[in-house]
Design a protein around this ligand. Structure first.
Ligand code: ADP
Ligand code: MG
Length: 391
């Protein structure tokens, strides 16, 4: 679950990290009042969307007069914002954060993630923070510093010194101490809130020598939400793909991709293999949909319905290895969905495993035109045929 910048900053602020004064607005009427309560000029007007790269897409504006705050906020609020991370259609902006503009001396990058290769929480720090951090990581990887954390021991003060004392030019003692305190803080937040990401970019040193978080991103691990119930109220369903939200409701693992072949499988490994098969056939998957091990007939029906709601889908490949999920249950779910949605797209089914004979029989007897493949290779061939038929 991703949090908005203003929500993440609230969490950072409460843990003692300095953040700019700010006010969230959701309607145009609220804009004028804000310049009276937030220090300025300058003010910074920031679109609250879950995508990054807002600065590059015009979603972060600086205003020097109250009327400029109004024009900038009106220009962003209620519009769609396109950034390097949103795709060309952009995302709707329903909320805007207006905050005091801070005079920046330096911008650092600081984050906590789980490093998969070492399976350890890892602090990432860079003296070259700000909007170009992706380019820095590509072109000057030596400027990206890391500290792996032993979860038993937690974040150790020497690790902060390892990062901060490498800075060139060096920081004077007060901001250096503040910076190390921020590091210890974000580690604590990361662990106690079950985060998969805590990121501050930029973490600024202001002209007055104060360390301040000017941007913040926090992602909570969905698998831990059952024990982070008080964070659930921070969820913003408007930011989610509607099909992904619908899938979540039925406990289906669905992720939308860019292609036009819908895929439904059981198990994430099989999903990966199926995407490979689709690509080998010269096509692109439209989604990743894993119905899981113990899917019910209803979940299968919903899965097909969700795939069909994506208008770009030109054919569907269902690839199921029946284990706990029996092939006959799957087949009944698919037939029900096909009837309910009056499906007109080619539907390729490859079944194997528990009750496969019954499963195939149900599909055959349904009088619907399923293309039943006997193995993966044939399924790929059928996908390829569908693509070439479409030209
Ligand atoms: P994004 O990462 O989505 O582009 P940021 O919040 O990082 O958005 O803002 C982009 C840039 O705008 C920052 O790198 C920083 O230089 C500047 N900025 C953001 N907030 C403030 C602020 N309150 N005061 C001064 N500058 C700011
Ligand atoms: Mg940023």
């Amino acid at each position: 679950m991703k949090l908005h910048e203003y929500q993440a900053k609230d969490i950072l602020g409460k843990s003692g990290i300095r953040i700019p004064n700010g006010q969230l607005i959701t309607t145009a009427e609220q804009i004028t009042k804000v310049t009276k309560i937030i220090n300025g000029p300058p003010w910074v007007i920031k679109a609250q969307v879950h995508a990054g790269g807002r600065g590059k897409g015009g979603g972060v504006r600086v205003a020097h007069y109250p009327y400029e705050v109004v024009t900038a906020a009106e220009d962003i609020l209620g519009k769609r914002l396109v950034t390097p991370q949103t795709g060309k259609n952009g995302v709707a902006v329903n909320q805007v954060l207006i905050e005091e503009g801070v005079e920046i001396d330096r911008e650092y990058y600081l984050s906590m993630i789980v490093d998969r290769s070492t399976a350890k929480p890892t602090m990432i720090f860079s003296p070259a923070g700000g909007m170009e951090i992706e380019e820095v990581a590509q072109e000057s990887p030596e400027l990206i510093l890391k500290q792996h954390v032993d979860p038993e021991a937690g974040w150790m003060p020497y690790q902060g010194r390892n990062l901060v004392y490498k800075l060139d030019p060096p920081l004077s003692p007060a901001p250096a101490r503040q910076l190390m305190a921020v590091m210890a803080n974000i580690y604590r937040i990361f662990v106690t809130l079950d985060c998969s990401l805590v990121e501050i970019n930029p973490l600024a040193i202001t002209k007055e020598g104060k360390v301040m978080a000017l941007d913040a991103k926090i992602t909570i691990d969905d698998n831990a939400l059952f024990r982070q119930k008080e964070l659930l109220q921070l969820d913003d369903p408007k930011e989610k793909d509607p099909l992904e939200s619908m899938a979540e409701k039925y406990r289906l693992n669905y992720i939308r991709l860019d292609g036009n072949i819908g895929a439904m499988v059981n198990g994430a490994g099989l999903a990966m293999a199926t995407m490979d098969v689709i690509k080998l056939a010269g096509a692109e998957p439209a989604n990743f949909l894993d119905v899981g091990g113990g899917a019910s007939e209803e979940m299968i029906t919903k899965g097909v319905e969700i795939i069909l709601k994506d208008r770009r889908v030109k054919a569907i490949l269902i690839n199921i290895f029946g284990g706990i999920l029996r092939c006959d249950v799957l087949a009944r779910g698919v037939v029900a969905a096909a009837k309910k949605t009056n499906i007109r797209l080619p539907l390729i089914v490859r079944l194997e495993g528990t009750n496969v004979k019954e499963g195939r029989k149900i599909l055959r007897d349904s009088e619907l035109k399923f293309l039943v493949a006997k193995d993966l290779a044939e399924a790929a061939e059928l996908v390829a045929k569908q693509i070439s038929r479409k030209g």
